[in-house]
Ligand binder design. Structure first.
Ligand SMILES: CC(C)(COP(=O)(O)OP(=O)(O)OC[C@H]1O[C@@H](n2cnc3c(N)ncnc32)[C@H](O)[C@@H]1OP(=O)(O)O)[C@@H](O)C(=O)NCCC(=O)NCCS
Length: 222
């Protein structure tokens, strides 16, 4: 099940099912609010009690503090996984954090996802439709708290974003991942993402390389 795909600096173990990315962006558009219900992908995760059961759903605008906390923790924990930096994002005001989620909630172009264990947010990802209105969905900000990794939450976040992309008729999902034999690369490859183009610096001046990866949807239900 696991072939080998060598791509520049990447060695990907190809596997099983299809699926997502890094990077950063700051949505900026209108505000209003309507809570969308996103069906959580349900991969099996073994937690001891129902109160600890995992779930994935869209962040609500009122949860901007939790989003801010998770995102800053992600940047501190995994500085080499994202195009943005802790220093940059720490400079954002609370109003900007709140506006990010309010804007996303009002937009049909954004899906800010939170992974929970019980009621505690422990992971995030952000899917965003291409600003040109094309049928391309970008995936950013994927992160799961270290103490909750390898239990299926990353895959659930990715599956939920992929399902959202499929449901809106997208043709392609794109992400960028830091080159290396990492969990992120394994996750994306096992979900069917393929490297596209040549690796480029993670951010200007970085010695780290990031590889774009793409998942093509071949019709609904594919
Ligand atoms: C990448 C990340 C989100 C995965 O989250 P997770 O909850 O641990 O992932 P899951 O438990 O759902 O595992 C999904 C897949 O990831 C890969 N994976 C997970 N843990 C792994 C490990 N320790 N070693 C190798 N691959 C691993 C596997 O392919 C796994 O699929 P499998 O369980 O069918 O073998 C998490 O490791 C993380 O936050 N990493 C740091 C931030 C980062 O790199 N983000 C990506 C930005 S592009």
């Amino acid at each position: 099940m696991a072939g080998a795909l060598v791509c520049c600096c990447l060695t990907l173990r190809l596997a099983r099912t299809p699926l997502l990315a890094a990077g950063s962006f700051h949505p900026g558009s209108p505000i209003t609010s309507s809570l969308r219900v996103v069906p959580a992908a349900t991969d099996p995760v073994s937690y001891k009690t129902m109160s600890q059961s995992p779930s994935v759903r869209e962040f609500q605008p009122s949860e901007w503090r939790a989003y801010k906390e998770l995102r800053l923790r992600a940047l501190a924990d995994s500085p080499d996984a994202f195009g943005s930096t802790l220093a940059i994002e720490q400079d954002r005001s609370d109003a900007q954090w709140a506006e990010s989620l309010a804007t996303a909630s009002a937009s049909s172009f954004d899906l800010p996802l939170a992974a929970f264990v019980g009621t505690r947010p422990v992971g995030l990802a952000w899917a965003k439709a291409d600003a040109t209105g094309s049928l391309t969905i970008h995936l950013f900000q994927m992160w799961v708290a270290p103490e909750h990794r390898s239990r299926g939450l990353g895959r659930s976040l990715l599956s939920t974003a992929v399902q959202w992309a499929r449901d809106r008729g997208a043709k392609t999902m794109l992400l960028s991942v830091t080159c290396g034999d990492t969990s992120a690369v394994q996750l994306y490859a096992s979900a069917g993402f393929q490297p596209v183009g040549i690796p480029r610096p993670l951010r200007p001046g970085s010695l780290l390389q990031a590889q774009n990866m793409k998942l093509e949807f071949h019709g609904r239900g594919a």
